[in-house]
Design a protein around this ligand. Structure first.
Ligand code: ITT
Ligand code: NA
Length: 197
C-alpha cells in the first residue's frame, strides 16, 4: 500500500516515511518526482497551504494525496515565523539562517518568555475535491544556542521540557513519538478508513 505525500522537504519525507511504515504504508514524495514544479505557497494559514499542495497533486495523479504544512510559532514574536517558517530569513535562505534569525529576534528575552510550539497541519485531498485536515502541536522553549544534529529545521533551538534536551538531540524514533507531525498522523490514523480504496 502506497501513499503519495506532496512534499519536497527531505526532513519531513524521512519522518513521514518512518511513521507510516509502522502501519505497513509505503510513502512516495515529490522527491521521487523531480519533474513536478514547485507549488507556490501563498496562503495565510497552514490549512490553506496544506490543502493547496495536496489538492494540486491529487488532481495531477488522480489519487488521494497527503500534504504537510508546518512551522514554528514563537509567543514572544507574536506567533512568527508561523506559516513563514520555511522562508523566515528570506527566499532561498537555509534552515540555519532561519533559526539564527529566531535567536537574534529573541536576543535578551528571558527563558520564561521563550515559549513556543511546533504546529503541523496535514491535508488529505482526493481528486474529487473532497478533503480533510489533521492537526498536531508540540510545546517547547526556544534555547539561546543551537544544540544537537538530529531532525531538521528549527529542531536545534527547540527545547522539549519533558525530555530535557532539544528536538535535535532526540533519536529519530523519540522525535517521531512526540512531534507535532506524529500527533497529526495519530489523528489521521484514527480515521484510517479515509486511506482505504
Ligand atoms: P514542503 O512544502 O515541500 O512540504 P517546506 O520545507 O517548504 O516543504 P513548509 O512550507 O511546511 O515546508 O515549511 C515548514 C518549515 O517549518 C520547515 O521548512 C522547517 O523549517 C519548519 N519545520 C516544520 N517541521 C519541523 C520540524 O519537525 N522540526 C523543525 N522544523 C520544522
Ligand atoms: Na513549502
Amino acid at each position: 500500500k502506497t501513499l503519495i505525500i506532496a512534499t519536497k522537504n527531505q526532513g519531513k519525507a524521512k519522518e513521514l516515511a518512518s511513521i507510516f511504515s509502522e502501519d505497513g504504508i509505503e510513502v512516495k514524495t515529490l522527491l521521487d518526482y523531480p519533474e513536478i514544479p514547485d507549488i507556490v505557497e501563498d496562503g495565510e494559514t497552514f490549512q490553506e497551504n496544506a490543502l493547496k499542495k495536496a489538492s494540486v497533486i491529487a488532481k495531477e495523479f488522480q489519487l488521494p494525496v497527503l500534504a504537510d504544512d508546518s512551522g514554528l510559532i514563537v509567543d514572544a514574536l507574536g506567533g512568527e515565523p508561523g506559516v513563514y517558517s520555511a522562508r523566515y530569513a528570506g527566499e532561498g535562505k537555509d534552515d540555519q539562517a532561519n533559526l539564527e534569525k529566531v535567536l537574534l529576534e529573541l536576543k535578551g528575552v528571558p527563558i520564561d518568555k521563550r515559549t513556543a510550539r511546533f504546529h503541523c497541519t496535514l491535508a488529505l485531498a482526493f481528486p474529487t475535491g473532497e478533503s480533510h485536515f489533521f492537526e498536531g502541536d508540540c510545546e517547547g522553549i526556544i534555547t539561546e544556542e543551537p544544540k544537537g544534529n538530529g531532525g531538521f529545521g528549527y529542531d536545534p533551538i527547540f527545547f522539549v521540557p519533558e525530555k530535557g534536551v532539544t528536538m535535535a538531540e532526540l533519536e529519530p524514533v523519540e522525535k517521531n513519538k512526540i512531534s507535532h507531525r506524529a500527533k497529526a498522523i495519530e489523528v489521521l490514523k484514527k480515521n484510517q478508513h479515509l486511506l482505504k480504496g
